[in-house]
Write a protein that binds this ligand. Sequence first.
Ligand code: THU
Length: 132
Amino acid sequence: MDRISELHAAALAVHKNAHAPYSNYFVGTAILTKSGRIFAGCNVENAAYPQGACAEANAIGAMVAAGEREIAAVLSVFAGEPTGTPCGGCRQRIREFAAPNTPIYSCDSTGVRATYTLDELLPHSFGPDHLH
Ligand code: THU
């Protein structure tokens, strides 16, 4: 299996576990690190709505907790049409650990529907380099 198919399988596996009783919008994300490891997360909503967390944020949390810091690719599986893309806040979260040319795959349950670079989704972005 190629790495993109592996990422898709990992994202799909957690997508079904999303806790989304309020939006009923399920998202699963898988991150490939430069070291070759894969971390996944799903969205976890909350009765106190603003406390909900996106799939991308939770996948990044798992990656960081494992001691990884460098994102090589991000793949999210979204439900429904049109196929989603990572929200603005999550684009910034990805920016913290990724390069401008890092690929971001937008998928449905069947596979990749669109491919972007981080820079396409978050141009002229603010990042850690601005603080040095
Ligand atoms: N959501 C994500 O998990 N990732 C995104 O990039 C877009 C939105 C979640 C948040 C919320 O639980 C649901 O999808 C509807 O917005």
